[in-house]
Design a protein around this ligand. Structure first.
Ligand code: ZN
Ligand code: ZN
Ligand code: ZN
Length: 408
């Protein structure tokens, strides 16, 4: 599929709209958000009534991306939402499997000595694109098991290496606050996990690779009676999240029972916690929790409708917001930005919800949106919207706009 508009041009259009009035259609191929679901609160079918398997099912069958050499054409369009990398609407990483003999040997021993895994469109990739160094040198992959295929450029020797993430990429995304002084670059790099990385940005992509064959709850380690145990436990908590307190009586499938000590056989009450899938996905050691932006926005809407208190500090903002906003939030926190509202609903004249804005400052009519659809709709209601990518590239613009709004 050929993308006709790249992200930058698209967001430029969005930004110009204030002056030029709304455009008829804005296409954004990588994301497929259904026709306005925000005011109808329809949701994906339950991802299992047992609660715990906790996995938002991939929305589409996997596209075999693994190991695909990127053509000149595809290299040019890999820039995805939020500065991430995408191919066919799915999140990917890019790397050069070819190594010179000596480097190849070293990489097999220690992945740190091999080529880097790119997770964002960093300045290094930008340079490669300008130099035209893309032709078949770069491969796309979605592997998350640290076993990346590499080969020797001078012979046909092949192998697998635990290549490490590119630091330019971490910097560009401000991953975990990587670019913020004092956050500890070394530890962020050392603790980096490709699996966690993919989970964090799940909302930015419409489809996700199938990472494993579907398994029954028992194969996943749950007890035979888990469905019943989970149902009973969640009922005993009145179908409210024990972390953020959102009431999910009307959306019980969005509430999971979580095993605190990670032992899925230990179903004692004191080892269980009822968690909405947003809070659940932010618990440590959760693999394969890919939560759709639809589900996260629905939970954000419910929290707002139930008049739950807005976050009072940044740690609360981090708890409530989409984890893909982590880089932006670290910048804002570091620069003492005012505390934003998380998941602000925007309504049109008929009071239909037309957009959900991830981080918003309503008194300034300013927000950072994840999807272009949200951005376009909010702009039409007079809001000043930044994309995640813009907020990462020029956080000073967001801060400047916030400061200015206080004096007008
Ligand atoms: Zn990079
Ligand atoms: Zn919650
Ligand atoms: Zn859990």
């Amino acid at each position: 599929m050929k993308l006709e508009i790249d992200l930058r041009g698209l967001w430029e259009n969005v930004r110009k709209m204030g002056a030029e009035g709304p455009q008829e259609t804005i296409r954004f191929p990588p994301r497929k958000v259904d026709a306005p679901p925000w005011n109808t609160v329809d949701t994906d079918p339950p991802t299992g009534t047992t609660g715990e398997p906790g996995i938002a099912q991939p929305t589409e069958p996997a596209v075999p991306i693994e190991g695909g050499a990127l053509s000149e054409e595809s290299f040019k369009i890999v820039e995805g939402p939020g500065g991430l990398l995408q191919k066919d609407g799915q999140q990917i990483m890019m790397y050069m499997p070819g190594h010179y003999p000596e480097r190849f040997e070293k990489a097999l021993q220690d992945g740190n000595d091999g080529n880097r895994m790119h997770v964002a469109f960093c300045i290094h990739l930008e340079k490669m694109k300008q130099n035209g160094a893309y032709d078949t040198k770069y491969f796309a992959t979605q592997r998350i098991d640290d076993q990346f295929s590499i080969h020797d450029n001078k012979s046909d020797r092949k192998g697998h290496a635990a290549l490490k993430v590119c630091k330019y990429c971490l910097n560009k995304l401000n991953y975990d606050g990587y670019a913020v002084p004092g956050r500890g670059k070394g530890a962020i790099f050392k603790d980096f996990s490709f699996e966690t990385f993919f989970e964090r940005y799940a909302s930015f992509f419409s489809s996700h690779p199938l990472r494993e064959a579907p398994r029954t709850p028992q194969e996943k380690g749950y007890t035979k009676d888990w469905a019943e145990v989970s149902r009973r436990y969640r009922a005993s908590r009145n179908y409210c999240c024990e972390e953020c307190t959102v009431d999910l009586n009307d959306y019980q499938y969005l509430l999971h029972s979580h095993h605190v000590n990670a032992n899925k056989q230990d179903n004692r009450d004191e080892n269980l916690r009822a968690l909405c899938i947003d809070c659940h996905s932010k618990q440590p050691f959760h693999d394969h929790m890919l939560v759709s932006i639809k589900a996260r926005h629905l939970i954000a809407q419910l929290r707002q409708r139930q008049k739950m208190p807005a976050p009072a500090n940044w740690s609360h903002v981090f708890d409530l917001a989409d984890p893909g906003m982590n880089g932006v939030m670290h910048f804002l926190q570091h620069n003492h930005a005012p505390i934003p509202v998380v998941g602000q609903d925007i309504q049109d004249e008929s009071e239909a919800v037309v957009a959900t804005l991830e981080l918003a400052w309503p008194s300034a009519q300013l927000a950072i949106a994840i999807t272009v659809e949200d951005a376009v709709a909010a702009r039409q209601q007079g809001w000043n919207i930044f994309s995640v990518e813009q907020a990462l590239a020029t956080p000073e613009h967001v801060l400047g706009a916030l400061r200015q709004s206080r004096f007008t």
